[in-house]
Design a protein around this ligand. Structure first.
Ligand SMILES: Cc1cc2nc3c(=O)[nH]c(=O)nc-3n(C[C@H](O)[C@H](O)[C@H](O)COP(=O)(O)OP(=O)(O)OC[C@H]3O[C@@H](n4cnc5c(N)ncnc54)[C@H](O)[C@@H]3O)c2cc1C
Length: 441
């Protein structure tokens, strides 16, 4: 079969919408089209729904293979909970198929609008990291197409090096054509949730320690605008799957959308401060509830294109992980720096990662605490504020999440992903990305 055409596109941005370079894009619909595309002379990168924030899903010097047209299910064993699907299937569609049979994703990021291939290539984590680890731990096999070796089935036993490079491998080891995944048993489509306000970081650490053994899912929202005695306050959310109830999957309609880019002035220190104050006090009232999995895992998905609220300049997310022994010293420093800079927005999340090792050479999750914060892009001021955070991350031996990054210096990447040199030996010579050229060359 002949290959579909490459088209120049100005609308292929990542989720943060800061990088706006023209991309050459091809969108295949059949596996048979892929070998011709992988053989193209310029560099390639397979991509999913571009829910990564920075430049890891862009390839301005080459071309993008948009895998969203390869979105068919291949097999589903509803007794054993094993799913095999093409890489472009979105998590939302997987849940529609599997939830009625009592199976859920082994772990899920905070949006269901990502592809299976993209989730594996970033080795994503969720609120249950301390109990389930990252998604790579649940991958049984990957169908990988390489420019130098053709089609391969990669498993932890058959292709050890290629497997650990491909999990979290940012699309650089070849095109993931399909993934086989172990799902997690659920008795109902609901989660029994508790929301607990905390006044400072000491209370957060205590809640976290107390919760990890008893709750499958934990996460905290931090008010990163509050100052003085309120610094580090937030709302701790923890939950377990309900043991009884229906198995009805989420509905696909959304109740709001952001149709156009908001004016950049909409999100300023005052409006964000006001939002945080109101949000904190509203959530403070809530204690125990029973929530459908959709609002619990995917609260932001109810507002389509919410990233447009940041205006044409876009936003940068800063997500770091600080190792367990250092987190209690580093996180207060970071919050003080963030509050002082006044540049953060209302999306600030703090969570502890557990000890279950991630299988990928470039996997981000590791035991410790992870802080994720959105920053409206205000140009140089924002970049300088983030560079100050880099120094703290570096000092405390932490790492930044490539899926969220669009600017980390090569030095920080290499220091915090010591497996990168071994990884680079397993890369496909035909694959590259803006991110990779920035951090590895
Ligand atoms: C609101 C929101 C919440 C999020 N929450 C979390 C979270 O809780 N935890 C977390 O870990 N992440 C989270 N993320 C990040 C997101 O889950 C990841 O960036 C995810 O990998 C994006 O998937 P995608 O399909 O959009 O892939 P893209 O962003 O298009 O691509 C991601 C990477 O995968 C590669 N890739 C994609 N498809 C293929 C393929 N078929 N073959 C080879 N490589 C491929 C790309 O080259 C790129 O390097 C969140 C993102 C958003 C927008």
């Amino acid at each position: 079969m002949s290959s579909p055409p490459l088209i120049d596109r100005d609308d292929y941005c990542s989720w943060g919408r800061v990088v706006r370079r023209r991309q050459r894009v091809v969108r295949p619909h059949f596996f048979s089209e892929l070998p011709g595309l992988v053989g193209l002379p310029s560099s390639k990168l397979a991509i999913g729904r571009r829910r990564s924030y920075g430049d890891s899903c862009l390839n301005s010097d080459g071309s993008l293979i948009d895998m969203c047209g390869l979105d068919r299910f291949i097999s589903f064993d509803a007794k054993k909970g094993v799913l095999r699907a093409e890489a472009g299937v979105v998590l939302s569609d997987i849940l529609h198929l599997t939830v009625p049979s009592g199976w859920f994703l082994p772990t899920t990021p905070g949006t269901r609008f990502v592809t299976l291939g993209g989730a594996v290539a970033n080795d994503v984590h969720g609120k249950n990291h301390h109990s389930a680890g990252s998604i790579g731990r649940h991958v049984r096999a990957i169908g990988l197409l390489r420019s130098d070796r053709g089609r391969l089935t990669v498993t932890p036993a058959s292709e050890v090096a290629l497997y650990s490079a491909t999990i979290g491998g940012l699309g650089l080891t070849g095109v993931i054509e399909w993934v086989e995944l172990d799902l997690a048993r659920i008795a109902a489509a609901h989660v029994d949730v508790e929301c607990l306000p905390f006044e400072n970081l000491e209370e957060f650490w205590a809640l976290s320690a107390e919760s990890v053994g008893n709750f499958e899912h934990t996460v905290a929202w931090i008010d990163c605008v509050s100052k003085g005695s309120k610094i580090g306050r937030g709302i701790f959310t923890r939950g377990n799957w309900s043991t009884t109830g229906s198995l009805i999957p989420h509905k696909d309609e959304t109740w709001k959308t952001v149709p156009i880019e908001a004016p950049s002035s909409l999100l300023n220190t005052r409006s964000i401060g006001a939002f945080n104050e109101v949000y904190y006090h509203l959530q403070k009232r809530k204690r125990k509830s029973r929530l459908h999995y959709a609002p619990f895992f995917y609260p932001l998905d109810s507002v389509l294109h919410w990233n447009r609220l940041y205006g044409r300049s876009g936003m940068l997310q800063y997500q770091c992980v600080i190792p367990k022994g250092e987190a209690r010293r580093a996180i207060p420093h970071m919050l003080s720096e963030i509050t002082r800079s006044g540049g953060a927005s209302f999306l600030a999340v703090l969570k502890t990662f557990g000890a279950l090792a991630s299988p990928g050479l470039l996997s981000f999750p590791r035991e410790g605490a992870t802080l994720a914060i959105d920053f409206p892009n205000r140009g140089r001021d924002t970049l300088e504020a983030l560079a100050r955070l880099d120094q703290i991350v570096q000092e405390f031996h932490g790492a930044l999440y490539p899926a969220k990054d669009g600017r980390m210096p090569a030095r920080l990447f290499r220091q915090s992903f010591p497996g990168w040199e071994e990884f680079s030996k397993a890369t496909d010579p035909a694959m590259s990305s803006d991110f990779w050229r920035r951090v590895a060359s």
